[in-house]
Design a binder for this molecule. Structure first.
Ligand code: DP6
Length: 329
């Protein structure tokens, strides 16, 4: 007997890595070679609705109201296939996903996107997957998505080849620490080199890749301890080192991957200048030119104003610790 069709919506937030992930131990199974630690962010949300339909000939995937491209659809279908296998289901699915990111964000939505898809499609298929199982499922599509299943401060250990059940786990709830992330957008447009491609290139060609993999766990340990102790200065030093080390690894790849724009340097200078004037604020960057500054709640307005006035910064906004993935039917 077929079950009555259920439509399920899930809502997931993006996250920012405080200790960066860059490099895979197993590209096929999407296993990270280094541990990472993140903060889930409340303002950057993806909402995904899924319904399995026995009448459907193939999966129908829509992103922000348009039909998904072939590449986008392939990644979604891959996750749906693994859910169908687990649920013993053959029906194809309607998938509609919307990003509620501030406009012109220029920020990645794959973490929130795959976390929302894992939760909505698993529930729509009738599975009662634990958050850990959802995290492993999301990780198989995009490593950073594993962390967006949980709210607040989250860690994802490094894995080994074939470790298909590797998942993230929470370190501290969103209200553990009143920090803010000030996001400074420097340049619109998509990333020059996607992270998946970039990190594979670093692994194959950067002479610094092995050093990065050897050092990354040390920064992750320092960052985890600093989160527990709510020690922003210790966290900040380790977070900047993690960011700059991964960017060095990218820059020394062949051909070089340079995500930085002139405004990136200007914004990093602003963050450093604020510190020299006694504000505890620290920068991190992802696979793109934008700068994100972590600070205490009391300094957020000042940090934002300084970044807003930085030449080349086109937009800023302030995000706070956000919740775990939520499912509604
Ligand atoms: C620089 O999670 O997008 O943002 O697993 O290949 O999908 P795939 O990579 P992805 O990489 C994110 C890299 C990063 C750092 C981080 O978020 O940890």
């Amino acid at each position: 007997m077929t079950k009555a069709p259920t439509e399920v919506t899930a809502r997931a937030c993006a996250n920012i890595a405080l200790a960066k992930y860059w490099g895979k131990a197993d590209a096929k199974k999407n296993i990270p070679a280094v541990p990472s630690i993140s903060l889930t962010l409340d303002q950057l949300v993806t909402e995904t609705r899924v319904r399995f339909d026995t009448e459907l000939a193939e999966d129908d995937v829509r992103l922000d109201g348009r039909r998904a491209t072939a590449d986008e659809k392939d990644r979604v279908v891959k996750m749906l296939n693994s859910i169908r296998r687990e649920a013993g289901l053959r029906a194809r699915a309607h998938v509609a996903s919307h990003n509620y990111f501030p406009t012109a964000a220029g920020l990645a939505s794959s973490a929130s996107g795959f976390a929302a898809l894992a939760a909505s499609a698993s529930a729509a298929a009738g599975l009662r997957s634990s958050p850990r199982r959802l995290s492993a499922l999301a990780r198989a599509s995009s490593v950073s998505a594993a962390r967006s299943i949980f709210g607040g401060f989250v860690e994802l250990p490094a894995g080994v080849r074939g470790q298909g059940d590797l998942h993230a786990r929470p370190i501290a709830a969103p209200d553990h620490w009143k920090v803010r992330l000030v996001i400074a957008v420097t340049e619109p447009g998509p990333k020059k080199v996607g992270s998946t491609e970039g990190m594979e290139r670093s692994k194959k060609t950067s002479p610094y890749y092995d050093a990065w993999v050897a050092d990354a766990p040390k920064w992750a340990r320092q960052i985890k301890r600093a989160i527990k102790e709510r020690d922003l200065d210790t966290l900040g030093v380790a977070m900047e080192r993690s960011t700059f080390a991964f960017h060095c690894c990218a820059m020394t790849s062949e051909p070089a991957i340079l995500y930085w724009a002139p405004a990136t340097l200007a914004a990093l200078g602003t963050v450093r200048g604020l510190r020299e004037r006694g504000v505890s604020t620290w920068a991190t960057m992802d696979a793109g030119p934008h700068v994100k500054a972590l600070c205490g709640i009391g300094d957020a307005a000042r940090v934002r104003q300084a970044l807003d006035r930085t030449p080349g910064v086109t937009r800023t906004w302030v995000a706070k610790p956000g919740p775990a993935v939520e499912v509604h039917s």
